[in-house]
Design a protein around this ligand. Structure first.
Ligand SMILES: [Zn+2]
Length: 221
């Protein structure tokens, strides 16, 4: 087992799997064992209807200071900085940072996703990009908005973006490479749009907006 960063208290209270990793609140069980690749759909409803943290299950809303002080943190891949949607609900900022640092898939670019999900598992809505970009983004925002008709979250305008790679801050070059390596997928989708010219122009704007969020070189170290 790798040495993990110290978990925030609400993650430390979660049950652990046999390998000693905290089991995120959203995780479903198969044959009595937690399967980290599968989200419990009841938890999705709880997260949406009650505003619960996807990772620890605690309330996200700041009951004292109100909505303007409530932070929603999404753990997303770099392409989600372009299309600004997440298939997973938000979490507390500290829970999200811990997950981005601790999750073996997110922190080990060489690891491939396993596609052999058990029967009856439905992949989440939206365009899942099943590749490991090596760079993970913790996207912190003050808004909560779902994409109409889909179980997708519009991540809104970021109050803060934290780019991570292998358990450390990612450099601007690494983020740029990770975004560029996924653009052909989004390009291909835009070309299939009924109005490809409009879709490609919009994608170009989204791309420029994502590049504006690259980490400052001086912040890395
Ligand atoms: Zn949490």
């Amino acid at each position: 087992m790798r040495t993990l960063p110290a978990p925030p208290p609400r993650i430390a209270r979660l049950p652990k799997n046999r390998a000693g990793y905290p089991v995120p609140w959203f995780v479903d069980y198969a044959n009595g064992e937690p399967d980290f690749r599968i989200a419990d759909t009841r938890k999705l409803h709880g997260a949406i209807n009650l505003g619960l943290c996807w990772l620890c299950g605690g309330g996200l809303r700041n009951e004292v200071l109100g909505p303007a002080a409530t932070q929603y943190a999404y753990v997303i891949g770099p392409m989600c900085a372009v299309n600004r949607v997440s298939s997973e609900p938000p979490s507390h900022r500290d829970c999200a940072i811990y997950a981005a640092l601790a999750c073996p898939f997110l922190t080990t670019p060489g690891m491939r996703r396993r596609d052999d999900l058990p029967d009856g598992i439905v992949p989440p809505d939206g365009q899942m990009i099943l590749r490991n970009p090596g760079v993970t983004l913790v996207w912190v925002t003050n808004t909560w908005r779902m994409v109409g008709g889909h179980q997708l979250f519009n991540v809104g305008e970021p109050a803060e973006t934290l780019w991570l790679r292998e358990g450390r801050p990612a450099t601007a070059d690494e983020v740029h490479d990770a975004i560029d390596s996924g653009m052909p997928i989004l390009h291909a989708t835009a070309e299939e749009d009924p109005d490809p010219q409009r879709a490609l122009a919009y994608l170009g704007k989204q791309y420029a907006r994502a590049l504006a969020l690259l980490p400052a070189e001086t912040a890395v170290g």
